[in-house]
Design a protein around this ligand. Structure first.
Ligand code: SF4
Length: 492
């Protein structure tokens, strides 16, 4: 995983051999990951849209309660701030706190700074963030512009830290650095673990770290029955809560894509084990997750009791939902491992899985634990998936794949994407808040929403009748969706 005490996180295509395009079966992808863990991250020769790892780094960092974020960038790189603002307000409200906006500013690099250097502007922005927000720590996220001109952000942050007396944490997440935008999550965690997390002063034997977004605290009641207390990270955490994540009994996350870098860092440097199980989505994976929490916290009997009671409680409604969904086909798209979570839910609801599209694929993870290899877990759970695509959110490819497979419904983790399926007349489930489909109640919640989506078939048919795509007959006539893959790209 590289050196967590080093200046910056190693990007995913180097560290995890991550892929950006692939077409084949889940068996092919499992085999490829085992044979070729170093991967070969080539892109398509044509991209309709893109994303940026700086945004993925700033998303959590902007939502630390008593910290501030300085984006050392031109103003345009702050385009996602309204989105982070909305997430922060929602997250605080869900946690019973007063909704507030994020505490973030831009250093607003201009053309002049590109020529003359931006260090003075960065120092001024950090000073302004300190004056406005009186934060307990300041994160400084880098950008393409600051990377290209070669500003010494490390030194500038060190100077500010000495002057202001609070940690000033550089986070190296230049957008051009990685083709895998989730490298930005790792950059954010790297800064937190490197500069803020303290060695444990004590062990909190019944508390576990759960890395997630600004989402509903869905796992609290489930774990309460076992006497386990979740500590939700990192959105809406305080700087002190970040500093003590090293004291928890274990770490887990809602998806390997989001959380394995920080979990591995905590395991390696502070002895906090990463749970060796898939995340808690669907019946079987939630059982496994609770058993693993029981093992690491010495609560095996409590885990078995919770599993038995929860399964009995949800059984009547689960049977009804399975009856309504039986035999229906489903296709899922979402960020790599979270796609596997949605398919674990689909399998437990009795749906027939026709395929999936992950936005990238990590050939390996930072901890070498077999139990967290997400593609292998979903391959085994489903007995194999015939159509597995890796595609960096390109609508032109999504539309082509869905037109060919024509599933009864689509599950999507991210907003803005469901519209592609709806325009084809396919009822679509938008997961949104990831935690709301986690655990046993989340399985029922997902089932109810899928049934509702199916009942709205006329609505989606009407939309499809009036929708137009911009794609030419030439593109529609191409065989498969991967015409623009560069030669040499790993494929099944
Ligand atoms: S960091 Fe680079 S890729 Fe990201 S928004 Fe700014 S200019 Fe665009």
């Amino acid at each position: 995983m590289g050196d967590i005490l080093g200046q910056e996180a190693v990007i995913r295509e180097r560290r995890l051999g991550s892929l950006l395009t692939f077409a084949g079966t889940s068996d092919d992808l499992v085999g490829l990951s085992e044979r070729n863990p170093e991967g070969c991250c080539r892109d398509n020769s044509f991209n309709q849209c893109g994303d940026c790892s700086a945004q993925r780094a700033m998303l959590p960092l902007s939502q630390i309660r008593d910290a501030a974020l300085v984006n050392h960038a031109p103003l345009g790189c702050c385009a996602d701030f309204p989105l982070f603002n909305a997430g922060n307000r929602r997250g605080l409200k869900l946690r019973g706190m007063e909704p507030e906006g994020i505490r973030a500013v831009s250093s607003n690099i201009t053309e002049r700074d590109i020529v003359m250097g931006g260090a003075a502007r960065l120092a001024a922005a950090v000073g302004e963030a300190f004056r406005r927000f009186r934060p307990r720590a300041i994160f400084v996220s880098t950008s393409c512009a600051s990377g290209i001109i070669g500003d010494d952000v490390e030194e500038a942050c060190g100077d500010c830290e000495r002057r202001l007396g609070v940690p000033v944490v550089p986070v190296y997440c230049e957008g051009f650095k990685s083709m895998i935008w989730t490298s930005g999550f790792d950059a954010a965690y790297h800064g937190i673990v490197r500069k803020l997390v303290r060695p444990p002063a004590r062990r909190r034997g019944n508390e576990i770290n759960i890395f997630n977004f600004s989402n509903y605290q869905a796992f609290t009641p489930l774990l309460a029955g076992m006497g386990v207390v979740p500590r939700y990270y990192v959105h809406q955490s305080s700087v002190e809560e970040l500093a003590t994540m090293s004291e928890s009994a274990a770490s887990t996350h809602i998806c390997e894509t989001l959380g394995t870098y920080v979990a591995a860092a905590l395991e390696r440097h502070f002895g906090v084990p990463e749970l060796r199980s898939p995340p808690p989505f669907g019946l079987l994976w939630t059982d496994q997750w609770l058993r693993e929490i029981g093992r690491v916290t010495g609560r095996e009997e409590e885990a078995e009791r919770t599993i038995g009671a929860e399964r009995a409680r949800i059984a009547p409604e689960l049977d009804r939902l399975r009856g309504e969904l039986a035999g229906k086909t489903v296709y899922a798209f979402g960020g790599a491992a979270f796609c596997h979570n949605m398919l674990a839910i689909s399998a437990d609801l009795g749906l027939r899985i026709v395929g999936m599209m992950g936005f990238h694929h990590d050939m390996t993870f930072d901890n070498p634990h077999e139990e967290i290899v997400s593609i292998r877990n979903i391959h085994q759970r489903t007995g194999g998936i015939a159509n597995v695509a890796v595609c960096n959110k390109q609508p032109y490819q999504m539309v082509k794949i869905l037109e060919e497979l024509r599933p009864d419904m689509v599950m999507s983790r991210h907003g803005s994407l469901p519209v592609q399926a709806v325009k084809l007349g396919i009822p679509t489930f938008f997961a949104g808040d990831a935690n709301l489909i986690g655990g046993y109640d989340g399985l029922l919640n997902a089932g109810r929403r899928l049934v509702r989506a199916l009942r709205q078939r006329n609505f989606t048919r009407n939309i499809a009748a009036h929708a137009r795509f911009p794609y030419t007959d030439w593109w529609r006539g191409q065989e498969g969706a991967f015409h623009f893959r560069r030669p040499g790209q790993a494929a099944g």
